[in-house]
Design a protein around this ligand. Structure first.
Ligand SMILES: [Zn+2]
Length: 325
């Protein structure tokens, strides 16, 4: 199984931010509490949850990094971590420090790419620069209505920027989708994460530009935690796009459990849901030649899934996974 979107380094934030504080409120809360724990506590939390994922049968993770705190843990793990060194900050112009973090990850033997965080948290030149710098990108996208409203000078993210005195220079793109289409080179491998408020037209426009290179990652439990939202899974399925699943971080989830994420989609055939966390995630991270399915030449794990209601082939509330090989 592949966890396509995680922030292992934020594991120490489990239970620190209340449910339902809304998207801008969550952004405020995370910047307030992310410096409260000691380095020892942060590493201990990341170590525990990385072991839990290993036990559950996760073999690869698309993991967002804002620092180097998890590199030691990862270089000793059976899990293949694809590390996205993420840049954000409307007041930051010089992102060369990301190259240093990237070099540290490489020195630890890890797979790594630089990525822009989102279409709302970087000024025009910085977003373009980071989109060009990354070999593979993982961009938080349409997680909230406020992301689109920002491009029209309204909504909670706009109000937050006004409060923090941060002007933005990218409203000319008209929408988060417009900005992606104009600023991300067409040949990039791209993961769009959340997609909670994306429309059919936006999906079509992005598919047209990036085709096979784009994966749509959903994190339902995180959306629910932050603002009681839910990804438009039927729309994504109807559009026939590639879907993968992430847990997001423990600042907005109680567990890093892919099977718990899949329990959020009872109307989707189980076999299809399992493809999202296997072949879908493997392709998203460019690991399709190694993991995600049983074929000659690959080295996937074998995972025991228990807790299936066989009559209607659905997951029972207690369903769980365990790596057996
Ligand atoms: Zn995230």
């Amino acid at each position: 199984m592949v966890n396509a979107h995680c922030h292992l380094e934020l594991s120490y934030l489990r239970g620190k931010i209340g449910r339902g504080c809304g998207f801008a409120g969550f952004a405020d809360a995370i910047s307030r509490v992310r410096h409260e724990a000691s380095e020892v506590d942060r590493v201990a939390a990341a170590g525990y949850w990385q072991s839990r994922m290993e036990y559950d049968g996760v073999v690869a993770v698309g993991d967002i990094c804002n620092g180097n705190s998890t590199f030691g843990i990862k270089s000793n793990s059976r899990i293949h971590y694809y590390n996205f060194i993420e840049g954000f900050g409307l007041n930051t112009k010089d992102f060369r420090f990301l190259d240093r973090v990237k070099s540290e990850a490489k020195a630890a033997g890890l797979t790594v790419s630089i990525t822009p965080h989102s279409t709302y948290s970087l000024q025009d030149a910085s977003f373009r620069e980071l989109a060009v710098a990354g070999e593979r990108l993982s961009i938080h996208f349409m997680e909230s209505r406020a992301e689109a409203e920002l491009f029209h000078g309204r909504g909670t993210l706009h109000e937050r920027n006004v409060r923090l005195g941060a002007d933005v220079d990218f409203m000319k793109y008209g929408s988060p989708t417009g900005r992606i289409l104009a600023s991300v080179p067409q040949d990039k491998e791209l993961m769009l994460v959340h997609n909670t408020f994306v429309t059919e037209q936006e999906i079509s426009a992005i598919q047209e530009r990036f085709g096979e290179r784009v994966t749509w990652v959903v994190c339902p439990r995180s959306n629910d935690y932050i603002e009681g939202a839910f990804p438009p899974i039927d729309l994504l399925r109807r559009c026939g796009v590639r879907i993968a699943v992430g847990t997001d971080s423990l600042s907005s989830n109680e567990r890093l459990s892919l099977i718990d994420e899949l329990k959020c989609f009872p109307s989707v055939p189980l076999e299809e849901r399992l493809r999202w966390v296997t072949t879908g995630g493997a392709r998203a991270l460019g690991l399709q030649d190694r993991i995600g399915s049983f074929e000659v030449g690959k080295m996937p794990a074998v995972v025991l899934l228990s807790g299936i209601a066989w009559g209607d082939m659905d997951l029972l509330p207690e369903a769980s996974t365990q790596r057996i090989l």
